[in-house]
Design a protein around this ligand. Structure first.
Ligand code: UDX
Ligand code: ADP
Length: 453
């Protein structure tokens, strides 16, 4: 029986291991973490993260071939394949602060593996890491090896939060990078066999280590670039009277462009896009490629611009001040179907409004008040450090809003600013609201009050 141990019971490690366990009943999967509250939550009825379908998968195999434990060393020592899925936040201090990945957690995991291992191991990089991290990890492991053979693989995860289970069940592709030596190929084959339980062979791509590591950063950079491109267009649409949804639809019909990931928004958030692009930018700079670094940096600049443009629009439409005005924020997580608030654009929007002394009330069914308070008090890049422990909160009560009633209770003129283009703007205008949708033709009121950039 193959034994798998995953270090790090987070958004990636937890769901990924649960799916491996459910698809491979003959494999024992243990997920370990240094955080006791996290492991306790994984062993309880209220899992530490909310993902549609996750509860069912965990319930189907927990206690059979899926286990959650804080006994990190024991399970690492027993495993044949070790996935490392610890956090890799952006450095907040020292060399590369604000850009480079902080590999402290990775390094301590690697040192621990070297300390406790008594048999050969395949060590799999699951968390996104800078290119050539495998080389550093290899050095730590082999310099402390006591004759044990370690094979390092890069197997980046492409799941998106909110659709993690669906993405894991039917991945577009699984990517495995390894050393191009007989032992390396053997390790790649061993991991391939795990995924082959449910992923068609033609969807399992094998490459060299560096290609796999870079592909993950490149994929996230390309995805984020699409959003910044469409968001840049949304500003131009508002200025000209074009409609960004119509533009997205029209360009997406070109099969070379494709229809997905072209929704204009208040900006992208989440734990990956910004972090991975900053990482890419830093790697380019370190490799003497400032032009390439600046090219990718622009994707983040447009994202920041889009968030401040939104705040400016809100403030300018209310006579250039929101001081003392009541603003309700509906939704705080970085996207729907998740309680994750890491890098959510809502933080920048709320901070912008609070900076102008608005009275802000925030509601998100998946996020606790505590978490919101912490996020708004936190400095940039601190969010991915251990203090960020997502509490279990999925109340998941889907409520229909009675906009007529809301309108009746509001001071007039009453405004709705839609950062996701999800409301039925025409219906709301019918009630009497002034509605702002991103990249759509502006209501007369908003045209008369141009946002100051
Ligand atoms: C992303 C990648 O999709 C995933 O492959 C990778 O493994 C991790 O990073 P995630 O951050 O979980 O996943 O969510 P994603 O669905 O990509 O959304 C990221 C952000 O972009 C969200 O804030 C979302 O609202 C925003 N977005 C997405 C848009 O603004 N417009 C779009 O068209 C799509
Ligand atoms: P991701 O979104 O990449 O899954 P998370 O922050 O959700 O990241 O999860 C990473 C997990 O890794 C955290 O629960 C953290 O406690 C755990 N972790 C960090 N370092 C170690 C370590 N050395 N040993 C075990 N677990 C660790």
């Amino acid at each position: 029986m193959v034994k798998i141990c995953c270090i790090g019971a987070g958004y990636v490690g937890g769901p990924t291991m649960a799916v491996i366990a459910v698809k491979c009943p003959a494999i024992e999967v243990v997920v370990v973490d240094i955080s006791k509250p996290r492991i306790d939550a994984w062993n309880s009825d209220k899992l530490p993260i909310y993902e549609p379908g996750l509860d069912e998968v965990v319930k189907a195999c927990r206690g059979k071939n899926l286990f959650f434990s804080t006994d990190v060393e024991k399970h690492v020592a027993e495993a044949d394949i070790i996935f490392v899925s610890v956090n890799t936040p952006t450095k907040t201090r020292g060399l590369g602060a604000g850009k480079a990945a902080d590999l402290t957690y990775w390094e301590s995991a690697a040192r621990m593996i070297a300390d406790v291992s008594k048999s050969d191991k395949i060590v799999v990089e699951k968390s996104t890491v800078p290119v050539k991290t495998a080389e550093a990890i290899e050095k730590i492991l082999t310099h402390n090896s006591k004759g044990i053979n370690y094979q390092i693989l890069s197997n980046p995860e492409f799941l998106a939060e909110g659709t993690a289970i669906e993405d894991l069940f039917k991945p577009d592709r699984v990517l495995i990078g390894g050393r191009e030596t007989p032992e390396g190929r053997k390790a790649v084959q061993a991991l391939k066999e795990v995924y082959a339980h449910w992923v068609p062979e033609e969807n399992i791509i094998t490459t060299n280590l560096w290609s796999a590591e870079l592909s993950k950063l490149a994929a996230n950079a390309f995805l984020a670039q699409r959003i910044s491109s469409v968001n840049a267009m949304s500003a131009l649409c508002e200025a000209t009277g074009a409609n960004v949804s119509e533009v997205s639809y029209a360009i997406g019909k070109d099969s070379r462009i494709g229809p997905k990931f072209l929704n204009a928004s208040v900006g992208f958030g989440g734990s990956c896009f910004q972090k991975d692009i900053l990482n890419l930018v830093y790697i380019c700079e370190c490799n003497g490629l400032p032009e390439v670094a600046n090219y990718w940096k622009q994707v983040i600049k447009i994202n920041d611009y889009q968030k401040s443009r939104f705040v400016n629009r809100v403030v300018s439409s209310m006579f250039n001040t929101v001081s003392g005005k009541k603003v309700a924020i509906l939704g705080f997580a970085f996207k729907k179907d998740t309680g994750d608030t890491r890098e959510t654009p809502a933080i920048d929007v709320c901070k912008g409004l609070l900076g102008d002394k608005a009275h802000v009330s925030i509601y998100d069914p998946e996020v606790t008040e505590d978490q919101i308070q912490r996020d708004l008090a936190m400095n940039k890049f601190d969010w991915d450090h251990p203090m960020h422990l997502q509490p279990a909160s999925p109340s998941a009560i889907k409520q229909e809003l009675d906009y007529q009633k809301i309108f009746d209770n509001m001071q007039k003129p009453a405004f709705i600013f839609d950062g996701r283009n999800v409301v039925d703007a025409e219906k709301l205008r019918g009630i009497g609201f002034i509605v702002y949708s991103i990249g759509k033709p502006l209501d007369a009121w908003l045209k008369d009050m141009p946002a100051i950039a």
